[in-house]
Design a protein. Structure first.
Length: 307
């Protein structure tokens, strides 16, 4: 095994999230008029239109702790707080959020201009890079399993699910489905849930034996929303596909034609990372220096080119 190779595999062949699926969808850039949007696109400077409007619209999957609305309706989360700080430094003071029905809807929604960028803790993969432009990563983390207390089936990784008769739940459009398949879990023992809340309710209802997601997300959600339920999170692990470790690094998604906006975002993200300013924004969501420091050593270009 080659340790810590930042590689990804084609986990989305069956997702149906292709550009063809969204042809003909609305083409209105939130916060800007059609005239402003056209001018910004032609000039290669979409940031100018956003600055003029003073507002940018962000797509989220309402997944804690990455991008969600809290109990008071406020837009927050790890990705949201980083993006908010960066866009304020770029002269865009207000962020409006749009929640999609499922994680798998985020990229089509971006491509159809329902919002200006994605801030949802989205792992950077070559397959997703073919559809959208990613910022450099702002965090890197590993996976874990959510199981019932006592972990009766002794599940610690995807291979354990494959070797027994256990079932595992994953998010629609997320990388964990591919990890499970690569580990040998049959398709009829993988259940796809549209969102985080549905997945937690699914395991509580006994529909699956485990939920696979990033360790940070599972632990945060369990602590914040389901602390009284008979659930626990396993020790984190790094999925392995074809002998390569698949450590997840997440970033922010932009449309392909908005690379100038993405580049401006990257420049401010680099400043924030160099000033050790990321961790103070996100440690309240369960992130540590480890996740932040790993991300700072990587680029979207590296992750997009990984085989």
């Amino acid at each position: 095994m080659t340790a810590n190779r930042w590689t990804r595999r084609d986990f989305f062949r069956n997702s149906g999230l292709t550009a063809a699926a969204i042809v003909g969808a609305p083409a209105l850039l939130a916060g800007c008029s059609r005239v402003e949007d056209a001018g910004a696109t032609q000039s290669g400077d979409p940031l100018a239109a956003l600055r003029a409007a003073g507002t940018i619209k962000v797509g989220i999957a309402n997944e804690q702790p990455y991008g969600y609305r809290d109990s008071g309706g406020e837009l927050t989360g790890e990705a949201i707080e980083v993006a908010r700080a960066i866009f304020k430094s770029l002269g865009v003071d207000t962020m409006e959020g749009q929640i999609v029905d499922s994680f798998g809807s985020l990229i089509p929604g971006l491509q159809s201009r329902q919002y200006d960028f994605i801030a949802a803790g989205m792992s950077i993969t070559p397959e997703r890079c073919a559809e959208i432009a990613f910022s450099n990563p702002d965090y890197a983390t590993s996976n874990a399993l959510l199981v019932t207390k006592g972990n009766p089936k002794k599940l610690t990784k995807f291979e354990d699910v494959a070797q027994g008769d256990a079932t595992v739940g994953v998010f629609e459009g997320a990388v964990e489905k591919g990890y499970a398949e690569a580990a040998g879990v049959p398709g009829d023992r993988i259940q796809v849930f549209p969102n985080q809340n549905a997945a937690f309710k699914g395991i509580l209802a006994g529909r699956v034996d485990a939920i696979a997601l990033t360790a940070v997300s599972l632990r945060w959600t369990l602590q914040q929303q389901y602390a009284d339920e008979p659930l626990e999170v396993t020790e984190s692990f790094v999925p392995v596909v074809d002998g390569e470790e698949q450590v997840g690094a997440g970033g922010f998604g932009f449309r392909k034609q908005d690379t100038a906006l993405r580049d401006a975002f990257n420049a401010e993200l680099k400043k924030l990372q160099d000033a050790n300013g990321v961790l103070p924004l996100i440690e309240k969501f369960g992130f540590t220096a480890t996740e932040v420091e790993k991300a700072a050593t990587l680029t979207a270009e590296q992750l997009c080119a990984a085989s």
